[in-house]
Design a protein around this ligand. Structure first.
Ligand code: F6R
Length: 240
């Protein structure tokens, strides 16, 4: 793993956007793996700026999102479908048919994971963007998830629900389930960037890099991937 320490969140986002922009310039039909949450927000706004300056186009980009909540509708303000459209897709020339976000239709609960997985496996992600949970999750692969999993439906960890409560009115409203790419899907990506900012990520970042590879800290499996760049700010990297 290559670790880049930056002064602050803006510098983390700047570094990550340089890598993504470079990738898109080199390969305009890049397959991107995308994350949601607070961490990539500035990265996405930097990508939108680069698009507005005509440095890059998303016309031929294919995207696969890591995960989606189950139990809220796609039209809910906190769905990852809405998040992606609000912060990236509706602001660039992304082709709607090239966008893949796991379907969270509960009436099709038996098949949605398999269908997403089948679709995902038709391609190889060129560049996967990851954040990390304070409990070491990537995607929604919570501690204890088998490292060989492909796309599956997960019961969210209490810690994750508490961490994500800030986006909802109360803990009760935070969904209990999600659909997520599995570790195996993430590990198939050619290149991975993991971004982290803030003191609440410091322990997970330390364990991910220096701990043993264990399903108790799913991000630790990235030690086994040949091309991972970890970009942290001073607080997230403070235990390294
Ligand atoms: C989101 C995702 C999660 C987040 C993680 C960190 O699509 O897969 O693993 O990256 O929970 O979230 P933030 O960035 O909000 O701290």
């Amino acid at each position: 793993m290559k670790v880049i320490k930056c002064d602050n969140y803006d510098a983390v986002s700047q570094k990550a956007s340089e890598i993504v922009i470079d990738q898109i310039k080199k390969k305009p039909n890049t397959v991107l793996g995308l994350a949601t949450g607070s961490t990539p927000l500035k990265l996405y706004s930097n990508l939108v700026s680069a698009y507005e300056k005509k440095e890059i186009s998303f016309k031929h980009i294919l995207s696969y999102n890591l995960d989606e909540y189950i139990g809220i509708d796609r039209n809910h303000s906190q769905s990852y479908y809405q998040y992606m459209h609000q912060h990236l897709f509706s602001l660039v020339d992304m082709n709607e048919e090239n966008i893949h976000i796991p379907n969270n239709d509960v009436t099709r609960i038996d098949e949605i994971a398999e269908l997403y997985n089948k679709d995902l496996n038709k391609h190889q992600i060129d560049l996967q963007i990851l954040g990390i949970g304070s409990n070491g999750h990537i995607g929604f692969n919570e501690p204890g998830t088998p490292l060989g999993n492909e796309t599956f439906i997960v019961e969210l960890d209490e810690q994750t629900r508490k961490d994500n409560k800030r986006f909802f009115k109360s803990l009760n409203e935070v969904p209990k389930y999600a659909i997520t790419m599995g570790i195996k899907n993430i590990m198939r990506s050619k290149k991975i960037i993991l971004m982290a900012s803030g003191i609440e990520k410091a322990d997970a970042i330390y364990q991910m890099i220096n701990g043993r590879v264990t399903d108790e800290l799913p991000a630790s499996v990235l030690q086994l991937h040949p091309d991972v760049v970890v970009i942290v700010d001073q607080l997230a990297g403070s235990k390294l």
